[in-house]
Structure formats: structure tokens, C-alpha cells
Design a protein around this ligand. Structure first.
Ligand code: ADP
Ligand code: ASP
Ligand code: MG
Length: 404
């Protein structure tokens, strides 16, 4: 078998952890498999580098920010290759550019266009181990780019697809994907498997255990992803195609995201084209709009409320204030202490009353719902951030997900 393994920050956080990681790789080779490895920076390192930038400049050139943060992964790739060689394994570190990760030039959130990694296959066939820096690539001009926070997951799945691996094993600090973040609900249950579709909702609704784009890629190319722990080598959770024979519970899990802010533009003259007039400039500013609610009032005016990532809150408010004047709207309001809680599950297709049950549970806890959005397999509510943990725990219990 050919396997791509990815090690997150905690698996390469120190010399000891890098040594332990090298042993896992050695065991994989010893059992007759071909291995390529993708590494993250040591845990905390990417944040440290970004803080250095922030302490120097409010508006740094993003090309240089990428040049800086990409160094975190170069350190761990080289150290791991050194350790593997010490164990008698031929291993080479490769930067994103050397490994053939071609991206668009959009610094700090570049998308992978192509992975030209045939040269790595040759190493793997000889029993050698390419150790590739996650999170980074190179644009057409040769500039270093990065793929967005948590991007090493995406590097790993993309590499697995490029070298035609049998699976992509993601090693982290939890031993699987749980029904909710085990850090806030100790009663969360580990899943044996989860469909790409559900995992995509989990990830995009805030479960940071896998970067959303890694799941998208896995789904598109049907690459099995095995999420497991490097601290405890038990079987983890497989993210794969849906198994249609399975009996489904009402919901599979609960996700939350604190990285949210809510903005409202009030009293816009209600006429065709206003949504386009508002969301056009927002999209041009590269701000990701999520939940949207439009209220039509009686006097020919309308209010538009939507959520954006918290980081983009100030920029969105400034932009809307400008639009407000131009469109002769009444005012702009905002709140950057909201969060999103979601219930997810393909079981919703066959069970009715799931959304109502969610609203009842939140009402019982006296939690006010500010916005609601649904899809076939999820219900999301926006609420005050201080209620996140209470909401997650009550929903987890009410839907029978607690570990017994
Ligand atoms: P790495 O540095 O290895 O990429 P991350 O911190 O990105 O690790 O992802 C692992 C973390 O994801 C876990 O420590 C856990 O707190 C968090 N997490 C959030 N939701 C879930 C979930 N549903 N199941 C498992 N872990 C989750
Ligand atoms: N080091 C990067 C980050 O912290 C990428 C990753 O770990 O996946 O976001
Ligand atoms: Mg991660």
C-alpha cells in the first residue's frame, strides 16, 4: 500500500515528538508500505510568527507574511528528515515548491491548482521517504504562498491524490472525529466512520479537526482519510463515501464556530437589485458572507443582516457605512460577539421535527436564537457567544449523543 501521512503541530512540537513520529513512519515502512509525509509547523509556531508580524505592522505585504509563516513547516520537515536518516531511512525534506505544489497567487489563502509530484513517487518506490512541508505552495511567478490556517490537511490530501495513495492518514492529538469537540464536551463519542458529506458540514461549520478544503478534495477524488492520534495508535475515524445501509440517528453531531460577527444594514429602499448592490462590494473585498436574513418592512424599506468572519468585522462595517450613504439606507449596526452552533446529520433526511427539537432545547435553556439557516443535512443558529458551550452540551445530550 502507498500511504500519505500528515502530522499536525502537536505531533512535531518538540524533538521528542519528532522522534516518536519518526518511529510511527518506520513502523509503516517495516510493514511493507510506501510512505510520503506532510508536516505542520511545531504547535504554536505559526501563531508566534504571525504575532511577530502584527507587532511590526498593521498592513504588511502579504507576500512577506507568507514568506515568513512558511518557515515553520520548513523547520519540522528538515528535523524529521534528519531523524529518519538517523534511523537508517533515506528521507528528504521538500518545500511546497520543491514538492510541486502550484497555487494561485492569492497570498494567505491560496488555492492549489496542481500538484506535480511524480518525482516523489520515485523516492517512495525505492523505500525512501519524502517529507513535505504542509500549508505552502508556489505561484506562477515563483512566490511562496500559503493555503490558509489548518492548510496542511489540504496539502496532505492533495499529495495523496497526486501520488495515487491508498489512503491519507492524518495524525493529530485526538484519536478520531467525535460527535462534538471533545474539548468542550467530555461525553462526546468517537465515530468509526463519517461520510465526506457530513464531514464537510462539520468542518465548514467550525469543527477545526480537518480543514474544509481537505474534505472537499477527498470527496471529489474519493480519497479515504483516516483521522487518528499520534499519541495513541488505535484505529481512528475513517472519512469515506456514505454507507447507504446504515440506520441513521436523527443527527450525527454538533459543531460550533466562535469566529463570527453579525452586521445589519437597516432601512434600505426595497427595490430589485439591493442584495446585489450590497453583496457585490463585500465579495470584491474578499469577505466571506455566511448566514443571510432579509426582513421586509411595511414602509417600502428592508433590513439586511448577515454574518462574516470576525476578522473581517471592522472592514465590513466600514464598507457598509460607505454603502449606507450611497444607497440612502438608515443605519449600519454590528455585533462581533456572536457564534454559530449547528446540528448535522444525513439522518435529517428521514427524520422530521429535528429543527423544532433543536429550537425547543435552546428555548428551555433560555438561549435566544438570532438567526437560523438550514440545509438538507444541517440546522445552524446564530446566538450570543457566551451561550456556545451551554448550547452545544444541551443539544448533544438532547439528541442522545452522550457517551453512556
Ligand atoms: P493539528 O494541529 O493536528 O492539525 P487541530 O488542532 O487542527 O490539530 O485539530 C485537532 C483538534 O480538533 C482536537 O484537539 C479537537 O479539540 C478539535 N476538534 C474540534 N471538533 C472536533 C471533533 N468533532 N472531533 C475531534 N476533534 C475535534
Ligand atoms: N501551521 C499552519 C497553521 O497553524 C498549518 C497547519 O498546521 O495545518 O495553521
Ligand atoms: Mg489542524
Amino acid at each position: 500500500m502507498r500511504i500519505v501521512q500528515k502530522y499536525g503541530g502537536t505531533s512535531v512540537a518538540s524533538v521528542e515528538r519528532i522522534q516518536a513520529t519518526a518511529q510511527i513512519i518506520k513502523a509503516e515502512l517495516d510493514s511493507g508500505n510506501e510512505v510520503a509525509v506532510v508536516v505542520s509547523a511545531m504547535s504554536g509556531e505559526t501563531n508566534r510568527l504571525l504575532q511577530l508580524v502584527n507587532s511590526m505592522s498593521d498592513n504588511p505585504p502579504m507576500r512577506e507574511v507568507d514568506a515568513l509563516v512558511a518557515t515553520g513547516e520548513q523547520v519540522t520537515a528538515a528535523l524529521l528528515a534528519i531523524e529518519l536518516n538517523k534511523l537508517g531511512i533515506i528521507a528528504y525534506s521538500f518545500s511546497g515548491a520543491q514538492a510541486g505544489f502550484k497555487t494561485e497567487g492569492n497570498h494567505s489563502k491560496a488555492r492549489i491548482k496542481d500538484v506535480q509530484s511524480d518525482h516523489l513517487i520515485k523516492h517512495m518506490e525505492r523505500g525512501e521517504v519524502p517529507v513535505v512541508t504542509g500549508f505552502q505552495g508556489v505561484d506562477e511567478q515563483g512566490n511562496t504562498t500559503t493555503l490558509g490556517r489548518g492548510g496542511s490537511d489540504t496539502s496532505a490530501v492533495a499529495l495523496a491524490i497526486a501520488v495515487k495513495a491508498d489512503s491519507c492518514d492524518i495524525y493529530t492529538d485526538v484519536d478520531g472525529i467525535y460527535t462534538t469537540d471533545p474539548r468542550i464536551e467530555p461525553n462526546a463519542r468517537k465515530m468509526d466512520s463519517i461520510s465526506y458529506e457530513e464531514m464537510l458540514e462539520f468542518a465548514s461549520l467550525g469543527a477545526k479537526v480537518l480543514q474544509t478544503r481537505s474534505v472537499e478534495l477527498g470527496m471529489r477524488y474519493n480519497m479515504p482519510i483516516h483521522l487518528r492520534s499520534s499519541f495513541d495508535l488505535v484505529e481512528g475515524t475513517w472519512v469515506t463515501r456514505e454507507d447507504s445501509n446504515m440506520e441513521r440517528a436523527e443527527i450525527s453531531g454538533v459543531a460550533y464556530n466562535r469566529d463570527e460577527a453579525k452586521v445589519t444594514i437597516k432601512g434600505i429602499p426595497d427595490q430589485p437589485g439591493i442584495a446585489a448592490a450590497v453583496f457585490g462590494p463585500v465579495a470584491e473585498a474578499d469577505i466571506n458572507v455566511d448566514v443571510i436574513v432579509q426582513n421586509v418592512s411595511e414602509d417600502g424599506q428592508t433590513d439586511l443582516t448577515f454574518t462574516v468572519p470576525r476578522n473581517d468585522y471592522d472592514a465590513t462595517i466600514t464598507l457598509l457605512q460607505r454603502l449606507c450613504e450611497k444607497m440612502k439606507a438608515r443605519e449600519v449596526l454590528g455585533d462581533n460577539t456572536v457564534a454559530k452552533v449547528s446540528i448535522i446529520g444525513v439522518g435529517m433526511r428521514s427524520h422530521t421535527g429535528v429543527a423544532k427539537k433543536m429550537f425547543d432545547v435552546l428555548a428551555q435553556e433560555n438561549i435566544n436564537i438570532q438567526m437560523i439557516t438550514t440545509s438538507e443535512i444541517k440546522v445552524t443558529v446564530v446566538l450570543e457567544e457566551k451561550y456556545v458551550e451551554l448550547a452545544v452540551r444541551s443539544l448533544h445530550e438532547a439528541f442522545g449523543l452522550n457517551h453512556t
